[in-house]
Write a protein that binds this ligand. Structure first.
Ligand code: ADP
Ligand code: ZN
Ligand code: ZN
Length: 781
C-alpha cells in the first residue's frame, strides 16, 4: 500500500483473515504507522512477501467499494516514478478532493438486522453496536460514542454486506443533485375523433418532431405550454414525468444535433484514425488549421469508440473551452457525459467520479486532472489544443497531462489523438521520429480563407503621445470599418492592469513590490499598485521609497488601459474586457463569452484567455496590440509560446461568412516567430526553432530538470544552493553513469525573490532521462 506522506516507497502489511474479503486494491485501509494509525491506499499483493514477523496487520478497511480500479495502479506508479513524487501523494492528487474529506457515511439498522439480533448468536459487543445502530441514520463516530468503544469498520461493512445495516453516503455541505424538470411525451390516441385546439395540435406536432421535450423547452415556442400540458395530461393526450436536466453552462437548452456531412479532409482524418481503435496503442497528431473542424473529427471518433463498447476521455485546456466542448458532445451524445474540472464543487466532482467508476458514464470531458478519471480502461483519449501550457501543473505534483495521456493510452493499449492548429515542438518532433502519426486538416470547413494578417511596426510610433503610441492608424481605421458593419473586434494584449511601468518622476526609481523586488502594476479600478506575482497591494497614493516624492509616473500599458482608451475613442461601442481581473468570480468567464456570442459586445479586450480555441463567427477583426511581450520571457520556449499565441489569436478572426483580418503590431517585425505566425506557417517555424534548440541542446533534443532552492533567509538560501551545486558537480565527476549530464548553475532565478522567498535555480540536462532521474534521487537522499 501507499501512504499520502512524503515517502517514496510503498509498504507491506498483512491482511488478517477477518478482513480478507473486505480488502481490495483501490480501497482505503487503516494501518499502524510508527506510533500512529493512518489511512493508506491498498495497491495489491507485493511481488515478494517479506518475512512475516516484520509485517504488521492492517487495522481496518475503510471503503466498501474501491475508489479507483486496480488497472490504474501501474499508471500511478509510473507517474510517481517519472515525476519523482511520493506514490501516496500522487493517488491523493488524482482523487477528487471532496472524496476523502467531505464524504459522510450514515448507517442505520435494517429490519433484517433486527431479526438477526433476535435469532443469531452474537457476542455482547456486536449486540451493543447493533442496538446503537437502531434509530436515525448515524455517523460512524456517533455510533462509537454511543457504545463508548471503537466499532471496527470491517465489522460494520460486513453487516452492510449482509443487509443488516443500511449504508448511505452523503456529502457534507454541498451535496448536489441533478436538477429535475417535467418532461413531456405524446401518447398515441385517435387524434381524428377528438377536437383539439390549435395550441394543443401545435404541442403534439412539436413533441412528435423532437420525440418529447421538457416543459421549459416547449415554453420557448408556446408561452402557455405549462398549463396546456397539465390539461392535456389529464385528458390522456400526453405523458409527463420528471427527468434530470443537464444545464448548458451557457444558459440555453442544448438541442440534439445531427452529425453534419464531413468535409473530404475530415472524412479522410476519421478514416485514418478510426481503424486503430481497439487494436493497439497508437498516437495521432491531428494538425488542423484554426476553424478546420477538429471537434467534428473528435465527435466521429468518439461515436465509433462508443459503438465498439469503449470509453472516451477528452482533455480540454480550460473551463471556458470545456463548456464549448461539452455543448458539442451533449448535443451529439445526450447526457452520458461526465465533467471533471476545478469549477465544480466537491460534491459535483465526487458524483461524476463515482459515476465513471461505476461504468455509468462512458465519456468524460475535463481539464488536466481528468487524466486521472477512474476508467477501468480508456479506449480513446483526445487532447484538444495539445500545445497549451495549462496542461502542465506547476504546484505539488508536477505533471504534464498531454504526456500522461500518451502514457495512459499506452498502458491501456488504446488510441491517443492530440489536436492543435499549432502543435507543440515536442509532438511535431515525435512525428519526425515516427512515434506519432500526423493527420492534417489544411482547410477551414467553410473553405473560408485564413484571415489576412498585416504586420505593423510599432517602432514607428515612438514619437507619438498617448494612445497613438500603441495603436497604429491602420488598426483604428480597421476597427471603424468593422464596427460600422456591425461586426465584432477582438483586441489582444498579454498584460493586465492599467500601467505596468511606474517610476518616480523626481529620481527615476522604479516602484517595486516590497516582497518580490518586481515592478508593480497600476490598477485603475481598485486605484492601487499591485504585484502580479504575490498579490501584494499598495495604495495608489504611496510615495517613492528612495526620495519620498509623491509624483509617480504611470507608463506602459495593460488591458485595463486599452479598454478605457478604446472606450473613449469609440464612445458608441460596447467594450468589455476579459482577463484574470474580470473573471475572478465563478461564472464570470462564461458570462462574457455568452455576451460575445449574443453580440452584446462590440469590442472585447483581453489577455491570452481570449486566444484559446473559441469559435465566434462574428469576429472579423483581431488586433494584436503588442506581439512581443511573451518573447522576452526567460524561457527557452519563449519563441514557441509567442508563435502559438499569435497564430491562435489570429485564428479567432473570420470564422463566419465575412473574411477576417488581423493587425499584428510588434517592435520585432522581422523576428521569425512573428513572421511565421503572420504566414500561419508552422513548417517554417518548426524548422527554424528546431535548429535553435539543437544548437543549444534544449528539448526536444535533451531532457532537463530544474531544481529550485528557495527560502526566507537570503544568505542561507544562497549557501544552500551553492552547496547543492557542489554536491551535484561532485557526483557528475565521480559517476560514469553521468558523463552525458551537464549542470547549469546554481544561479539566482530570473525572478530572484517572490513573496519574501529568495530563489535560486539549477538546471541539469542530458540527452537521456534516466541519468537525470537517478542523479536527482541521489541528491534527494
Ligand atoms: P477547430 O477546432 O478546428 O478550430 P471547430 O471544431 O471549432 O474548428 O469548427 C469550426 C466550425 O465549423 C464550427 O462552428 C463547427 O460547428 C463547424 N463545422 C465543423 N465541421 C463541419 C462540417 N463537416 N460541416 C459543417 N460545419 C462544420
Ligand atoms: Zn510581490
Ligand atoms: Zn524618487
Amino acid at each position: 500500500m501507499a501512504v499520502p506522506l512524503p515517502v517514496h516507497h510503498t509498504f507491506t502489511y498483512r491482511v488478517p483473515t477477518h478482513l480478507a474479503d473486505a480488502v481490495a486494491p483501490g480501497k482505503r485501509v487503516l494501518v499502524p504507522f510508527g506510533r500512529r494509525r493512518i489511512t493508506g491506499y491498498a495497491l495489491g499483493r507485493p511481488p515478494q512477501v517479506p518475512e512475516i514477523r516484520t509485517v504488521k496487520d492492517i487495522a481496518d478497511v475503510l471503503d466498501e467499494t474501491p475508489l479507483f480500479p486496480k488497472s490504474m495502479v501501474p499508471f500511478f506508479r509510473w507517474v510517481a516514478d517519472y515525476y519523482l513524487h511520493p506514490l501516496g501523494e500522487v493517488i491523493q492528487t488524482a482523487l477528487p478532493g471532496g472524496l476523502v474529506l467531505a464524504e459522510l457515511s450514515l448507517y442505520q439498522l435494517t429490519e433484517s438486522g433486527r431479526q438477526a439480533m433476535a435469532k443469531e448468536h452474537l457476542d455482547e459487543s456486536a449486540r451493543r453496536a447493533l442496538a446503537a445502530l437502531d434509530g436515525q441514520p448515524s455517523k460512524y463516530a456517533h455510533i462509537c460514542k454511543k457504545i463508548k468503544d471503537d466499532l471496527p469498520r470491517s465489522k460494520l461493512n460486513a453487516w452492510v454486506a449482509k443487509g443488516w445495516v443500511d449504508h448511505t453516503v452523503a456529502l457534507r455541505g454541498q451535496y448536489t443533485r441533478p436538477k429535475m424538470q417535467r418532461f413531456v411525451q405524446s401518447i398515441s390516441f385517435d387524434r381524428h375523433n377528438v377536437r383539439l385546439s390549435q395550441q394543443r395540435q401545435n404541442i403534439l406536432t412539436l413533441l412528435d418532431a423532437h420525440g418529447g421535450m421538457f416543459v421549459s423547452q416547449l415554453k420557448t415556442h408556446i408561452p402557455t405550454a405549462s398549463n396546456l400540458v397539465r390539461a392535456m395530461s389529464k385528458d390522456g393526450q400526453v405523458r409527463v414525468d420528471e427527468r434530470a436536466v443537464y444545464r448548458d453552462p451557457l444558459g440555453s437548452p442544448i438541442d440534439p444535433d445531427h452529425p453534419p456531412q464531413l468535409t473530404v479532409e475530415q472524412r479522410a482524418a476519421v478514416d485514418r484514425i478510426s481503424p486503430a481503435l481497439g487494436k493497439a496503442f497508437k498516437t495521432f497528431l491531428l494538425s488542423g488549421v484554426t476553424g478546420s473542424g477538429k471537434t467534428e473529427v473528435y465527435l466521429h471518433l468518439a461515436a465509433k469508440a462508443l459503438k465498439m463498447g469503449m470509453t472516451v476521455l477528452i482533455l480540454v485546456p480550460e473551463i471556458a473551452l470545456i463548456s464549448q466542448m461539452e455543448r458539442a458532445f451533449r448535443a451529439r451524445f445526450g447526457d452520458k457525459i461526465a465533467l471533471l474540472h476545478s469549477g465544480l464543487s466537491n460534491g459535483e466532482r465526487f458524483d461524476q467520479y463515482q459515476r465513471i467508476s461505476r461504468g455509468e458514464l462512458r465519456i468524460a470531458i475535463g481539464a488536466r486532472s481528468a487524466i486521472f478519471a477512474p476508467f477501468e480502461r480508456v479506449g480513446l483519449i483526445i487532447v484538444d489544443e495539445e500545445h497549451d501550457d495549462s496542461y502542465k501543473q506547476e504546484g505539488a505534483l508536477r505533471y504534464h497531462a498531454r504526456d500522461l495521456a500518451v502514457v495512459r493510452a499506452q498502458m491501456d493499449r488504446s488510441v491517443a489523438v492530440l489536436g492543435s492548429a499549432t502543435p507543440s515542438l515536442q509532438s511535431a518532433y515525435n512525428v519526425q521520429l515516427g512515434k506519432y502519426e500526423q493527420v492534417d486538416l489544411h482547410e477551414r470547413v467553410d473553405r473560408s480563407t485564413l484571415p489576412d494578417i498585416v504586420v505593423q511596426d510599432l517602432t514607428q510610433l515612438k514619437e507619438e503621445q498617448g494612445l497613438r503610441r500603441f495603436i497604429t492608424p491602420e488598426l483604428i481605421e480597421s476597427m471603424q470599418d468593422s464596427l460600422s458593419r456591425r461586426e465584432q473586434v477582438l483586441l489582444f494584449l498579454n498584460r493586465r492592469g492599467f500601467a505596468n511601468v511606474l517610476v518616480c518622476a523626481s529620481c527615476g526609481e522604479p516602484l517595486r513590490c516590497d516582497r518580490c523586488d518586481i515592478s508593480l502594476t497600476y490598477h485603475k479600478r481598485i486605484n492601487a499598485y499591485k504585484c502580479h506575482y504575490c498579490g501584494f497591494n499598495r495604495a495608489a497614493g504611496s510615495c517613492c521609497s528612495r526620495c519620498g516624492s509623491s509624483q509617480i509616473k504611470r507608463l506602459g500599458l495593460g488591458t485595463e488601459k486599452v479598454e478605457s482608451k478604446i472606450q473613449a475613442l469609440f464612445p458608441e461601442a460596447r467594450v468589455a474586457r476579459m482577463d484574470r481581473d474580470t473573471t475572478r468570480r465563478k461564472g464570470a468567464t462564461v458570462k462574457i463569452l455568452k455576451a460575445l456570442r449574443d453580440r452584446e459586445i462590440d469590442i472585447l479586450v483581453g489577455t491570452q484567455m481570449v486566444a484559446k480555441g473559441h469559435d465566434y463567427p462574428h469576429i472579423t477583426l483581431v488586433g494584436i496590440i503588442c506581439a512581443d511581450l511573451s518573447l522576452s520571457m526567460p524561457d527557452f520556449r519563449a519563441g514557441e509560446r509567442t508563435f502559438q499565441l499569435l497564430a491562435q489569436v489570429a485564428g479567432r478572426a473570420g470564422r463566419g461568412t465575412s473574411p477576417g483580418k488581423v493587425i499584428l503590431q510588434t517592435y520585432n517585425p522581422q523576428h521569425f516567430s512573428v513572421q511565421a505566425a503572420r504566414n500561419q506557417d508552422f513548417g517554417t517555424f518548426f524548422r527554424q526553432e528546431m535548429e535553435f534548440r539543437k544548437a543549444l541542446g534544449y528539448p526536444p533534443f535533451s531532457r532537463m530538470i530544474q531544481l529550485r532552492i528557495q527560502g526566507k533567509a537570503k544568505d542561507h538560501t544562497a549557501a544552500h544552493a551553492k552547496q547543492l551545486g557542489r554536491r551535484c558537480s561532485e557526483l557528475l565527476r565521480v559517476r560514469n553513469a553521468y558523463t552525458n549530464v551537464s549542470l547549469l548553475g546554481p544561479l539566482e532565478a530570473p525572478l530572484p525573490r517572490i513573496a519574501e522567498q529568495y530563489r535560486w535555480q539549477m538546471l541539469i540536462k542530458s540527452p537521456q532521462v534516466k541519468p537525470l532521474h537517478s542523479l536527482v534521487r541521489e541528491l534527494l537522499m
